[in-house]
Design a binder for this molecule. Structure first.
Ligand code: ADE
Length: 323
């Protein structure tokens, strides 16, 4: 009937808001931004007149508009060997990103290609790439001596305050995700991206899930063992509070400028290691008050771990005090 027809058209049009015609995308095959087990990320360009959710920085709003200028993007694509399960998860990620909405500290999708054979996710491009590589590249620039030349780039003489600012931005983005009841499940320095002006954005929603009621449990699949809370390792339970634990491990990466957590412990030994009460030790250049927060995020009981709102307040205070 006519009503159904109109609804179908409306549905199709709604999809068009996100859909980018493949011809309007240039994937720079030789400019690889990241290679993961489940996806490859390439530098790309959006060309021609396409509807885009373009972020208007001055207003902090995502605006829907037509763009006929070239637009830089990062394009995520399934690897050649991807199986049916990988495809399903990729489409799950597309649908998830449509619901995400815009937030300064969360990577947003500009559009997608939902061609069943070669689906693509097009997201904001972050010029400075992922935070883990950035930290490792600038390891000798953290709290360096005044006459250290920072590879000629004075802006990268990172001080404690710069790292606290990154931590604050991540708690801000995570507060947003949690306010929508999204569990990230893969919070780690490798999944934080940095823009040209050092804005940190939470990325990679491949493992993100909606926390409907109590606990999201899952078996199988590959998980980031050393970032996982004890109950996730033991019972495959994920919650808003397991993201908080991962954030503590993230802080360890941040204040060590990219060290690998628990380098001497085998993944299979992690449960015993944590159950015996062991935790990551205080990085040498990490302020005591931040290590106190880290220890709270690794409380055995999830209820004792702080929420991201509270963590954000703590970092807000630290940033004000240091001015
Ligand atoms: N690596 C992975 N995602 C990226 C992005 N959005 N921008 C830049 N580098 C990336």
């Amino acid at each position: 009937n006519q009503y159904m027809e109109i609804r179908a058209i409306a549905e199709a049009n709604k999809k068009d808001v996100w859909e980018i015609p493949q011809n309007n995308l240039l994937v720079h095959e030789n400019h690889i931004l990241g290679n993961g087990a489940f996806a490859n990320v390439y530098k790309g360009t959006i060309i021609g007149k396409v509807p885009l959710f373009v972020v208007n920085n001055s207003l902090n709003l995502a605006l829907e508009r037509e763009s006929d200028t070239q637009y830089e993007a990062a394009i995520k694509r399934l690897p050649a060997h991807a199986d049916e399960q990988n495809h399903r998860e990729f489409f799950h990620e597309i649908e998830f990103m449509k619901k995400l909405g815009y937030h300064t500290h969360v990577i947003s999708m500009l559009g997608c290609v939902s061609n069943p054979f070669e689906p693509l996710i097009v997201v904001e491009y972050c010029e400075k790439g992922d935070l883990l590589k950035f930290l490792r590249r600038h390891k000798d620039c953290y709290q360096a001596h005044k006459d250290h030349d920072c590879h000629g780039e004075a802006e990268f003489c990172l001080r404690v305050k710069d790292l606290v600012s990154i931590a604050w931005q991540v708690t801000d983005g995570m507060s947003y995700l949690h306010s929508k009841n999204f569990i990230h499940r893969d919070l780690a320095a490798r999944n934080i991206l940095l823009t040209r002006n050092m804005t940190a954005k939470i990325g990679d929603f491949g493992l993100c899930r909606y926390a409907d009621s109590a606990l999201y449990t899952t078996r199988g699949g590959r998980f980031p063992i050393k970032w996982m809370a004890l109950e996730s390792l033991k019972l495959y339970e994920f919650s808003l509070k397991t993201d908080v634990w991962s954030f503590g491990v993230f802080l360890f990466e941040l204040f060590t400028m990219g060290d690998v957590p628990y380098p001497t412990i085998q993944p299979t030994e992690m449960i015993d290691h944590l159950e015996a009460g062991n935790r990551l030790s205080q990085p040498t250049k990490c302020p005591n008050e931040i290590y106190e927060l880290m220890k709270l995020t690794w409380s055995e009981s999830p209820e004792s771990r702080p929420e991201f709102n509270e963590l954000r307040s703590e970092f807000t205070n630290m940033l004000n005090l240091e001015d």
